[in-house]
Write a protein that binds this ligand. Structure first.
Ligand code: RFL
Ligand code: PHB
Length: 392
């Protein structure tokens, strides 16, 4: 079959792009290796920037988000037993974030894709990209044991960090930049009310912790853990004890414990691939870059990439111009690097590194004390956290 844009991957980047293209009258086929249930069930991001909320609104996909999303006008930072609040709305002229789980975003995107008749193909095996450096790229794969082929004008590589799209770019063209952190995040979900109505990022002598949520009755908590820790090493009791210590006396005492129904460990990494375009292949989202989750930027960067890519492709089809698609990689990377910087900085400020010396710890504490006392420093944190404008 033939389509205008073949999209590899039905995660947030792939589905958002399919909806954006549909709105511009551009056909696409989304080719995903996993099942619908697997893609929908992944527990990941929780915080949406204004850019992402605006995109969902523009696509007419924000009805449930408006009802159920929790608007946060600030966040808390705690250091040992001391804490302070960053007031986003006050520091940025009214910007906020919305706490709404990635699995809810995925459910909304998938239901609307079905209602709008978008072509989503799940459980595709041996997905391969061909002739990306010609005017006639194509994608081949197996579905239900049968070979399928999609001829297209462009391929959008939205297949995440482990996908095949980035790997299809020749080594002589692709440059990668990476930092692997010497720890991971152990996260749990529990059906208990959150300990605070806003998030708490805790920089503690024993390591980082984060209090987040999915709803007024469902909590999402994380603690920094060793890279070789296994989920089985962390009983619920051990997790709750450690979390309460790291959140400090005030918030720790407000934690309501309960059985976890999801528990997983994620490694932390900073990664960027340049360029984000080769021939007729464009990369978007985690396929091109990874941030440590401390800044809550991953899903939001996927959204800003596809906004830029959607605009570039729409301009190409409407005006037969290549200006937008030629500028895509540089435009997207400019925003990506700023989010990389913020996520790296916020991780360094709040985590214990194996080699952290007494001096390093004092430096972290001094920087946190500086932020607490400086409106300018708080404004830097706030404007990055709520998301930099798309034009930057
Ligand atoms: P995804 O979500 O990985 O989707 C890629 C899709 O491509 C499919 N795929 C293939 N399909 C066809 N052929 C192949 N060969 C394929 N290979 C892979 C995969 O099955 C998958 O369905 O990438 P995408 O769309 O770029 O979206 C990125 C986000 O999912 C990611 O950045 C965020 O989850 C990161 N993240 C957070 N982001 C935020 O903005 N705010 C947060 O609060 C936040 N918290 C988090 C996070 C990620 C976490 N983990 C587990 C990594 C918290 C955690 C713990
Ligand atoms: C989450 O709720 O999963 C979450 C929130 C903020 C982050 C990372 C993850 O920085």
């Amino acid at each position: 079959m033939r389509t205008q844009v073949a999209i590899i991957g039905a995660g947030p980047a792939g589905l958002l792009l399919a909806h954006l293209l549909h709105r511009s009258g551009i056909d696409s086929v989304v080719i995903e290796q996993r099942s619908r249930e697997h893609v929908a069930g992944r527990v990941r991001a929780g915080v949406l920037e204004q850019v992402t909320v605006d995109l969902l609104a523009r696509l007419g996909l924000d009805a449930r988000l408006r009802r159920e999303g929790l608007v946060h006008t600030g966040t808390n930072i705690s250091c040992d037993d001391d804490s302070f609040r960053i007031d986003f709305a006050d520091l940025t002229g009214g910007a906020t974030v919305v706490v709404y789980g990635q699995s809810e975003v995925m459910a909304d995107l998938t239901a609307a894709a079905d209602a709008r008749g978008l072509d989503l193909r799940h459980e595709c095996a041996e997905v391969a990209l061909h002739d990306l450096d010609t005017d006639h790229p194509r994608v081949t794969f197996l579905r239900d044991g049968r070979a399928e082929r999609v001829d297209c004008d462009f391929v959008a590589g939205c297949d995440g960090y482990h996908g095949i799209s980035r790997a299809s770019i020749p080594d002589r063209v692709l440059q990668t930049f990476e930092k692997v952190y010497p720890f991971g995040w152990l996260g749990i979900l529990a059906e208990v009310p959150p300990c605070d109505h806003e998030l708490i990022y805790a920089s503690h002598e024993r390591g980082f912790a984060l209090a987040s949520m999915r709803s007024p009755t469902r909590s999402r908590y994380y603690v920094q853990c060793a890279l070789d820790d296994r989920v089985e090493d962390w009983s619920d009791d051990r997790f709750w004890d450690e979390l309460c210590l790291r959140l400090g006396a005030g918030a720790g005492a407000r934690v309501i414990r309960g059985p976890s129904f999801e528990k997983s460990i994620a490694p932390l990494r900073s990664f960027v691939a340049e360029p984000m375009r080769w021939g007729r292949l464009f990369l978007a989202g985690d396929a091109a870059h990874i941030v440590p989750p401390t800044g809550a930027k991953g899903l939001n960067l996927a959204a800003s990439d596809v906004v830029m890519l959607g605009e570039a492709l729409a301009e190409h089809y409407a005006e037969r111009s290549t200006a937008g698609i030629d500028a895509y990689s540089a435009r997207a990377l400019a925003r990506v690097w700023k989010a990389e910087r913020f996520s790296w900085w916020f991780t360094g400020l709040t985590h214990r590194f194996p080699q952290t010396s007494g001096f390093d710890r004092r430096m972290q504490a001094a920087e946190l004390a500086y932020i607490r006392g400086s409106r300018a420093a708080q404004a830097m944190l706030a404007e990055n956290y709520v998301g930099l404008p798309l034009t930057n």
